[in-house]
Write a new protein. Sequence first.
Length: 321
Amino acid sequence: MLHWLPGPLNGLFSIAWLSANTLLWFVPLIFAAFLKWVVPAAPWRAWWDRVLNGIAQTWVALNNLGMGLTKKIRWRVNGLEHLKERGWYLVLANHQSWTDIVVLQKVFHRRLPFLKFFLKKELIYVPFLGIAWWALDFPFMKRSSAAAVQKKPETQARDVAETVKACEKFKRLPIAVMNFAEGTRATAAKILEKGSPYSHLLRPKAAGAALVLAALKERLQSIVDVTVVYPEGPVSFWRFLCGKVREIWIHVETIPVHEELLGDYFRDREFQKRFQKWLNDLWEAKDRRIEAMKREWLRRAASGKTGRVFQPGGDWDESMA
């Protein structure tokens, strides 16, 4: 409806919408979190967890509404048919931009439980959002560098303990734990700088995914492998807000949680090697998929077929058009 707005004006309107929506739900969220905190009874806290997740889902729904009003995006999404909102999932995705978070929240809204991310401790100081993430039990982690671990090995044990403790909270209600395995945004410069063996991705870090799998092994239904592609080229969050992103392609694949994916990542060296190989193989396949998706988009663009598109065995989600 408002996608005709000039780029900068579209971007400013989008920021105003996101900000107003966040402020609208901030007070109810903090109030509900306080009521949950004052009574340390498990059933009481579980009930308020559901209320808090409901507030968060409403926040996402209104963000999606704003996106629909201001953006004219052609979505190509496949692989959603096996997902359920009431379940436990580990979501693994490639990471290119802050836009990824908004995109994933839209794609998985009411198809998966509310997505929760592992966040750096410093992000708790982000105005409004930091407290909101805390209220929603987003885990804040202090990730020690390799140099710090080498100097003080006990810091690794502390980081592991914090991760396991955070995952304990996830057992109360269905959840989708989001993990950007690359650890940072994969730009062309970073791929070159870090000597990545992949054309479109950085090397994945295995520890976080392995810890979540071990901590939630009796709950997890599936691993959700997500490939996000912006076929027109690199995208910044501001470019997205300005309505300059016209196509987003998403491939979703569900992977069963097999016994060979469960183990003590830091104490069992054989398991560590096996898990790293599994994740590297997954990333190699993802890299090939991204290349194929980009080539297909170029082929369609050359033939003037970049409008509504379908993928054999996939689906076009009309609700996202």
